[in-house]
Design a protein around this ligand. Structure first.
Ligand code: MN3
Length: 199
């Protein structure tokens, strides 16, 4: 069955002023839709359209760049919309996740600095990640449509640092966008749900 674009889990203006209606209209309705349209076509051509999205991403990595880029970005964006919510962010994290950030990443402040640094230093398009590998949290960055999924880890939080994600609202100030994402947008309940599932 072909993949379809789910509606945003909130109104288009719900994340303002940190992420505008205009950004969400272009990013969700145009960019994400294009990944799905192209991914469906390329998955069918590759005879992989019966597989789950995760399997398509893993099996196409390093073998079918066109399919991987589009399916990878569909996977990343499906979660990205849920990694944000109105009145999100902040330092009150669910207990188990807070404990793991303390143990594995040196506490919330170090997590915040390292996650923002990963997004800032990803040269060109890509993503910054918090993921679970062998039961431990780690921070990483990837180019283009890649994710920790193809590096033996389970992504539990990711931020899109393609210019289409921030240029309308922040122009060239990628660090300001990353600070707003962490401080005011992260849906920690969704992160915790993925964290629990990844253990
Ligand atoms: Mn994007």
């Amino acid at each position: 069955m072909a993949f379809e674009l789910p509606a945003l889990p909130y109104a288009y203006d719900a994340l303002a002023p940190y992420m505008s209606r205009e950004t969400l209209e272009y990013h969700h309705d145009k960019h994400h839709q294009a990944y799905i349209t192209n991914g469906n076509k390329l998955a069918a051509e590759a005879g992989m359209d019966g597989l789950s999205l995760e399997e398509i991403v893993k099996q196409s990595f390093g073998k079918n760049a066109g399919l991987f880029n589009n399916a990878g970005q569909h996977f990343n964006h499906l979660h990205f919309w849920n990694w944000m919510k109105p009145n999100g962010g902040g330092t009150k994290l669910p207990g188990a996740l807070q404990k793991a950030i303390d143990t594995d990443l040196g506490g919330y402040d170090k997590f915040r600095a390292d996650f923002i640094a990963a997004g800032t230093t990803q040269f060109g398009s890509g993503w910054a990640w918090l993921s679970v590998k062998n039961g431990k949290l780690e921070i990483s960055k990837t180019p283009n449509g890649e994710s920790p999924l193809v590096h033996g880890a389970s992504p539990i939080l990711g931020v899109d640092v393609w210019e289409h994600s921030y240029y309308i609202d922040y122009r060239n100030l990628r660090p300001k966008y990353l600070e707003a994402f962490v401080d005011s947008l992260i849906n920690w309940d969704y992160v915790e749900k993925l964290y629990t599932a990844a253990l």
